[in-house]
Design a protein around this ligand. Structure first.
Ligand SMILES: Nc1ncnc2c1ncn2[C@@H]1O[C@H](COP(=O)(O)OP(=O)(O)OP(=O)(O)O)[C@@H](O)[C@H]1O
Length: 638
């Protein structure tokens, strides 16, 4: 008996996603079954884990399974599991709403892709989002869910046609677990909508997508035995753990389907990595590098993707201890032979064997990426480029957090550079480096354009020395600490003294120092609030001045980052370097020696400093005052 039938609206985001599903932009409709079986399998795992965690929960774990029931007359297909089930509130919250960070943003992108009728784009975005259950509406006019949560007595019936609303009612009785019944749309082979009441169709889909599911997927089938038709139950999947099967026996397609099951991604992975360790601590790992970064890669609660099994038994999702944070996008399974089935996250965090395992897995992932770089095949080069553009920013976090692998990470990193159209690896940089260049030079900045036009670049450009352009905020964090690569030091071109021209005439330099000492001293006084020193520059050829830091000073970008995080910072002053060959600096020197007390000169000093700040992409302390001074100057010059 159902009571209190209530009609409710889908949450706005959920409704929009459903619309996209109902109007079926996804060409491979068969995947609905993979998604529903995947959910059912998760529900079975959850029941087992819950019964370990809650000893009072009285549930039968003896025959966890998934059952498929097709009714060709009624045109229905039911996917039933005896797993954890859902409470009424859970049905409302899990099925009627989408509570994922980034939903609104993703929907915006989806709408754009749809408006531009970019079907591939829509599929890719949907795939990234993984809207498992809703895929049922690609093949069904109406979907009914009957579910009873383990430990509860009443059940919940949910029904919807995938338009704006759904009904929900409480039921007195139902088996524990969840049954999803699809009232199928008419088959339409042209639209790749097949007859999902046919055993052969269903068997084919299960074998293709869900063979490795570790619980039996059963279906009643008709067979002819001794010329008589009998009905018997068939298990459609082999249930074999993919990582335990010999590599040669498993096809790429099978690995890919397994990846989709564990990752909820709809696209194939970029790479499949297998690893097994024998000896005192035995384990097997099957890891995947996705082809696209998840949209929540940089959100705080982003999940770690690796699952832990112990002796083929699923133990835990998102096992952070198995993969360092900077490789959080790697998905997969680790099956350890020598852990207890009751192992907890806390125990794992402290376990030495787990730490060793994490290091080995991380090294293996980094070595896989390195192998693409070392290969001559264009396909591998493409894999590398795609990997780095999707995950490079996350991987670089490892340069700060994983000192052991710093060299390995630098070995697979790419950066923008003044000599590369796209990005360059450090190895390629070193190969291009002329003999008289000592260091690996870099400049951090907000964008490539700003960095390329920065005055700091001038002498390096003239000299033909390549400069790496580091534009990711994370670059600021590692580049100081990284020290060196292959014996060459990382050296900022905006810090310390540079000596590009080793053969410079020392006498001439001395003479210059004396010539300009009056101006430098005076500028130092005028700009005492802004800079700690004013000196002549060896790095400028066309600009009048630039601002540089001492070797260990924070860069302006880093200062901005700390400020954005609300961190108090001491007053940090840098150094103003002026170009003695520039007409403005020469004129300023002459004017200062002729009429040192002219107030116009003080304004000129202020303007010189202001334009220099702007040239490095910095912000002025008092923009209106700067604009006024500049306008006055322009007016008097016209
Ligand atoms: N058969 C089921 N038994 C119990 N809970 C289920 C079942 N199917 C779905 N759920 C619950 O509903 C939630 C939403 O399912 P849905 O398939 O939409 O997304 P998901 O599986 O969480 O992940 P993704 O959106 O990435 O596919 C699940 O996380 C699960 O909690």
């Amino acid at each position: 008996m159902s009571t209190q039938v209530e009609t409710r609206e889908f949450q706005a985001e959920a409704r929009q996603l459903l619309q996209l599903m109902v109007h079926s932009i996804y060409s491979d409709k068969d995947v609905f079954l993979r998604e529903l079986i995947s959910n059912a399998s998760d529900a079975l795992d959850k029941l087992r884990l819950e019964s370990f965690a809650d000893k009072d929960l009285d549930v039968d774990l003896s025959d966890l399974h998934i059952e498929l029931v097709a009714d060709p007359q009624e045109r229905t297909l039911t996917i039933r599991d005896n797993g954890i089930g859902m409470s009424r509130d859970e049905v409302v919250n899990l099925i009627g709403t989408i509570a994922k960070s980034g939903t609104a943003e993703l929907l915006g992108k989806l709408r754009e892709a749809k408006e531009s009728t970019d079907a591939a784009g829509v599929q890719e975005l949907i795939g990234q989002f993984g809207i498992g259950f809703y895929s049922a509406f690609m093949v069904a006019d109406t979907v009914t869910v009957l579910t009873r949560k383990a430990g509860e007595t009443t059940a919940t019936r949910w029904e919807s046609s995938g338009e704006g609303s759904y009904t929900i009612a409480t039921e007195d009785t139902a088996p524990q677990g969840t049954a999803v019944t699809l009232h199928l749309k008419p088959a339409d082979a042209e639209d790749r909508l097949f007859d999902y009441t046919q055993v052969s169709t269903i068997r084919g889909i299960v074998q293709r997508y869900s063979d490795f599911i570790s619980h039996p997927i059963r279906m009643e089938v008709e067979r002819t035995k001794d010329e008589e038709t009998v009905r018997e139950v068939e298990t459609l999947n082999s249930m074999k753990a993919l990582w335990a099967r010999p590599r040669g026996e498993v096809s790429d397609a099978e690995y890919h389907e397994f990846y989709k099951h564990i990752s909820h991604d709809w696209a194939d992975p970029l790479e499949t990595i297998r690893l097994s360790a024998e000896g005192t601590f035995e384990y097997q790992a099957l890891l995947f590098i996705p082809s696209r970064a998840p949209f929540d890669l940089f959100t705080r609660d982003a999940k770690h993707g690796v699952q832990l099994y112990v002796k083929r038994v699923f133990i835990m999702e998102d096992c952070a201890s198995l993969m360092p944070e900077y490789l959080r996008f790697v998905k997969g399974v680790v099956d350890a032979q020598d852990l207890s089935l009751n192992v907890s996250r806390e125990i794992l965090q402290q376990d030495r064997q787990i730490q060793l395992m994490q290091r080995r897995l991380a090294k293996k992932v980094l070595a896989t990426v390195k192998s693409w770089l070392d290969s001559d095949a264009e396909a591998d080069a493409e894999k590398y480029r795609s990997f780095w553009s999707e995950f490079g920013t996350a991987v670089k976090e490892g340069l700060v957090t994983d000192a052991d692998n710093r060299d390995a990470i630098l070995g697979i990193a790419s950066f923008e550079s003044t000599k590369a159209e796209g990005q360059t690896t450090l190895r390629d940089y070193l190969e291009r480096m002329p003999d008289d260049q000592e260091h690996i030079y870099y400049l951090t900045g907000r964008s490539r354009a700003v960095a390329e036009n920065s005055p700091h670049m001038e002498a390096f450009r003239d000299k033909g020395w390549e400069v790496l352009i580091l534009t990711d905020p994370v670059d600021e964090m590692w580049v100081d600490a990284a020290g060196e690569f292959d014996g060459k030091k990382f050296q900022s071109i905006a810090k310390g003294e540079v000596n590009v021209d080793k053969d410079a005439d020392k006498d001439l330099e001395q003479q210059r120092e004396e010539e300009f000492s009056g101006l430098l001293g005076w500028l130092g006084e005028q700009l005492a609030e802004q800079v700690k020193q004013v000196r002549l520059s060896a790095r400028l050829t066309t600009s009048p001045a630039c601002i540089v830091g001492d070797e260990h000073d924070l860069t302006p970008q880093l200062i901005r980052m700390y400020q954005a995080m609300g961190q108090p910072l001491p007053d940090i002053k840098r150094i103003l370097e002026v170009n003695p060959d520039h007409a403005l600096v020469k004129a300023l020197r002459e004017a200062h020696s002729e009429r040192p007390d002219d107030p116009k000169l003080a304004e000129a000093a202020e303007l010189l400093y202001g334009t220099t700040v702007l040239a490095e992409g910095g912000e002025l302390a008092d923009p209106p005052r700067f604009a006024r001074l500049l306008a006055d100057r322009l007016a008097s010059g016209l």
